[in-house]
Structures are given as structure tokens and as C-alpha cells.
Design a protein around this ligand. Structure first.
Ligand code: KG4
Ligand code: ZN
Length: 347
């Protein structure tokens, strides 16, 4: 089994890709729903489901066309079935099952987070992983729904070292942006404002930064941001937006880099990766790169198209697992959570 067509609909991005066992991405096409969710200031599950249903089939056709392939070139289907919004997952899952049944080809349900963790292995005409990039490595997966540190030892061998006790880092960015009147999606807007600001202008808490675990917490930071914004009032906030964003962002980046370093040291990892939507953050990227260079770690941050939610990473996991003899039954369902066997310690 050398190739799969992959479908990702776990949250608010609809994505389809055709991926080789080598990690080569023939095509990846995605539809963002940001404009649909923006008026509500966050993701509305019903709207996500409806838009997946509208976008998915045209995206499948587009992926085949872009890869210059027909169904005869597709020997298997991979699809995200966990974790995510159940209604959103169902759209991808029933589509994948229908294709598998109609074409009489195998299909496999994939864990979305495993996709993020293996994204550095993807390759295309503009990106390929460093020659010496291989297991084991420490990975920080940072998105709107998850902020977790992993030790990635091989395919299917992932230990969860720590995770956020409350909000995900992306959620903190999004909520802060909403409170500051920046709208949705927030992370990229905070990033943009922060470029003009002073990261030391305001003092924000860095909860759990120096404790003994790899766990994190961002809800105190969020509350502290909320209090400050309420105290300042809309005009002051507007005037000091760059400093507010830069300081808030710095608190998140400090926590993430500190925990990443702690994990890399403890596990004597030579290689570390950042993955998930928040790894698009320019300050985090710059600080992580500077840190890795100074401390002698090999840092890989996949390009943005493979960091944010995408079907290519799902296809790569799917094709690897199919080649290990795994296939999903046609009664596989969607799950809001990871399966207990997905990670060596409970996610
Ligand atoms: O991985 P992803 O595309 O979807 C999820 O699985 O959640 O991540 C989306 C998250 C959102 O919270 C978004 O605000 C955040 O990534 N994000 C950023 C940036 N770009 C996206 N956060 C900070 N800085 C950015 N430049
Ligand atoms: Zn994700």
C-alpha cells in the first residue's frame, strides 16, 4: 500500500490530501471556515458540520485533479475519526466509509494528534525534513484544542509527558483577542499586533512554569488579561494594543519554551519539534529557533500548511498504519477523545 487519499474534518478546516508512504504529498487542498465562524467569535459546531458537508466532495475532486489522478490510482482511504467535534468528524468519516465501500478499498481511522506529531516527515517540492531527522524526538503540539508535550519514540509509540490543565494555548490567544476586540481567529491577530509592541510592558502570570511537571496552565493568564482589559477600558486598550498583545504573547511563549527545554533535557532528546496551529506564531518560532541554536538542539517546525489542521498529516499516519497491517472496520465511529491505546499515558 503506497498511497492514500486522506480526509480531515475534525474541527473547522475541511481538508483532503493524497499522500505517499514516503511522506510525499501529491496534493493537499483545504477550505477554511473562518469567515463563517467570525460573527460568533468562535467555532460553532453546527456551522462547522454544515460547511464540511458542502466543501468536502468538491475538495476530493480538486485533490484528484491536482494530483492528476483518478480513483483507479487510490488504493486506500485515511480519515480523522478522533479526537474532535463529533458532528464534524462524522462528515469525513461517513464520506470515507462510503468511498471505501463503493470502491472496495480499505480505510483507516486516524488520531488527529498523531497526525500533528508526524507532520515533520511530510515532503513536497518546497519542503523536506532535514536528512538526519528521525525518531526519537520531543514534540510540543500546540493548537486551539490541545497543548501537550510528547516523547515520540516511533510509529505508535508516543508518551504524553504533560499537557495543559485547563485552556489550550491557542484558546488563550483566541479568548484574549476576543476580549481585546481583535475578533476571530485571534492568534494570528495577536501575533500581528505584538510585532509593534513591547513584551515587557505588562506583567502577566506564567503559571506552573517552574514546577516539577511538564504540565501547563493558561486559565490564570486568561483571567489576568480579562481583569486588565476591564480595568483599562476600551480606549486605553485600543491605544496600548501592541504592548498588551506582545506582553500576553510573551507569557505564553515563556511557558512553552521552558517546558520544551525541560522535556528535551530530561529525555536527552537531540531533536525537538513544534506542531499545531500556534506554532505559526512568529515570536514562538523566533524564540524557539534562537533557543535551539544556543543549546544545540535540532529544531524542526513543519511549514505552516502542515502545522495547521490538514489532511496530509492524516494521510501519512494512515498509510504507515495500513502498512503495519491495520485496517478499520466499517462500523468505526467518531470519538471526541483519543482512544486509551493511542498514547502510552492517558491523553
Ligand atoms: O492546529 P489548528 O489549526 O487547529 C486546532 O486543532 O485547533 O490551530 C488553531 C489555533 C487557533 O487557536 C489559532 O488562534 C492559533 O492556532 N494560531 C495562532 C497563530 N496562528 C494560528 N496562535 C498564535 N499565533 C499565530 N500566528
Ligand atoms: Zn489540530
Amino acid at each position: 500500500m503506497d498511497r492514500v487519499l486522506a480526509i480531515e474534518t475534525s474541527c473547522d478546516d475541511t481538508s483532503v490530501a493524497i499522500v505517499e508512504r514516503t511522506g510525499w504529498v501529491h496534493a493537499v487542498v483545504s477550505a477554511s471556515q473562518d469567515l463563517e465562524h467570525e460573527p460568533y467569535g468562535g467555532i460553532v459546531p453546527e456551522i462547522a458540520c454544515r460547511n464540511h458537508s458542502i466543501a468536502l466532495i468538491p475538495l476530493i475532486e480538486e485533490a484528484l485533479k491536482k494530483a492528476n489522478m483518478t480513483w483507479a490510482d487510490i488504493p486506500a482511504i485515511a480519515v480523522t475519526n478522533r479526537p474532535g467535534l463529533v458532528g464534524a468528524l462524522i462528515v469525513g468519516l461517513i464520506t470515507a466509509k462510503s468511498i471505501a465501500q463503493a470502491r472496495n478499498i480499505p480505510f483507516i481511522g486516524v488520531n488527529h494528534l498523531e497526525g500533528h506529531l508526524l507532520a515533520p516527515f511530510l515532503r513536497d517540492s518546497e519542503y523536506s525534513p532535514p536528512e538526519d531527522f528521525d525518531y526519537p524526538y520531543v514534540g510540543l503540539a500546540i493548537s486551539g484544542g490541545h497543548t501537550s508535550l510528547y516523547h515520540i519514540r516511533g510509529i505508535g509509540d508516543y508518551e504524553v509527558l504533560g499537557k495543559t490543565k485547563d485552556d489550550a494555548a491557542g484558546e488563550a490567544f483566541d479568548k484574549f483577542a476576543k476580549m481585546a476586540g481583535l475578533g476571530f481567529p485571534g492568534g494570528v491577530r495577536v501575533d500581528r499586533e505584538a510585532k509593534k509592541g513591547n513584551p515587557a510592558a505588562y506583567e502577566f502570570p506564567r503559571s506552573m512554569i517552574h514546577d516539577d511537571t511538564f504540565d501547563m496552565s493558561f486559565s490564570g493568564l486568561k483571567s489576568s488579561g480579562q481583569r486588565l482589559i476591564e480595568q483599562m477600558g476600551p480606549e486605553e486598550v485600543q491605544k496600548n494594543l501592541p504592548d498588551l498583545c506582545a506582553s500576553f504573547q510573551e507569557a505564553i511563549v515563556d511557558v512553552l519554551i521552558t517546558k520544551l527545554e525541560k522535556a528535551a533535557k530530561k529525555y536527552k532528546a537531540k531533536r525537538v519539534i513544534l506542531t499545531g496551529g500556534v506554532s505559526a506564531n512568529s515570536r514562538l518560532r523566533a524564540r524557539a529557533e534562537e533557543w535551539a541554536k544556543r543549546k544545540g538542539f535540532k529544531l524542526v517546525i513543519p511549514p505552516l500548511r502542515y502545522c495547521t489542521d490538514n489532511a496530509a498529516m492524516i494521510g501519512y499516519v494512515g498509510v504507515l498504519r495500513l502498512n503495519r497491517g491495520e485496517v478499520s472496520p466499517l462500523d468505526l465511529g467518531p470519538s471526541p477523545q483519543s482512544f486509551p491505546q493511542d498514547f502510552n499515558s492517558q491523553q
